[in-house]
Design a protein around this ligand. Sequence first.
Ligand code: DGL
Length: 270
Amino acid sequence: MKIGVIDSGIGGITTLREVMKSASADYYYFLDEGNLPYSKKSNEELFDISKSIIDKLSILGIDLVVIACNTLTSAAAAKLRKTNSIPIIGIEPALKPALKNCKRVVTLATSATLCGDKYIKLKSGATDTDVVDVNGDGLQERIERGDISEAERYLDELLKNTGDIDGIVLGCTHYVYLKDHIEALGVRTFDGNAGVARRVKNIAKDLEHCSDTIESGDMSVESKNDESKSSLKNRLVKSNCKKSRVFIHSTGKLPLESISKYLNACVFLW
Ligand code: DGL
């Protein structure tokens, strides 16, 4: 099975790490750093960018696309689904679980995500919880540069006037790298990565498309009748699924070693 993953940078690597726990596949990650930040682009530009990325992924025979970017999901996912036959899974700020568990939450997301219809609709579901929107633009560039302590300092500044909060929704996949810093302040965090992983798992099961992941060559199966032969072969195909591999294509520079360490996987350039 081949799964394409798209983000403007290393943010979606946090999504990929979660997805890899639930689906064994060859992952093709398009790291579009050349276009970072997506939040400064219009919905039309983001549709064109992501359409051309999906076209490139399609040539590789991708079965499924994960948009590991809240901004891109909000701007273009619905239109992309209308123009593509490949299943497309997006990510959205995990506000729903935060509303169930918190009294006052911050949604930390890009300006584009916060202004998007998708988020506005999500926020309209808040009845007993105060939701404070914090525009995190600028954080993604700092994180992309690997400047985590500068990103943490900037985040502290952004949160200075939010009052007492008991949760933060990390509404941009880049911000997941700030999770430990936030939780050390005694505030819970919520992100959409586990939800994406669940959906990938379900769709992967539906596609039942494990045969691409076996080692090359056909398999000979000895059995008395044809029916049990084919079910045995099916089971063998499934049990022979290889460990996931990650292929990354980057439009910018790539911190390959740290990505491989973070994912605990072999990472190849594509
Ligand atoms: N990781 C993207 C997100 O989840 C960053 C968007 C950007 O490049 O501005 O929104």
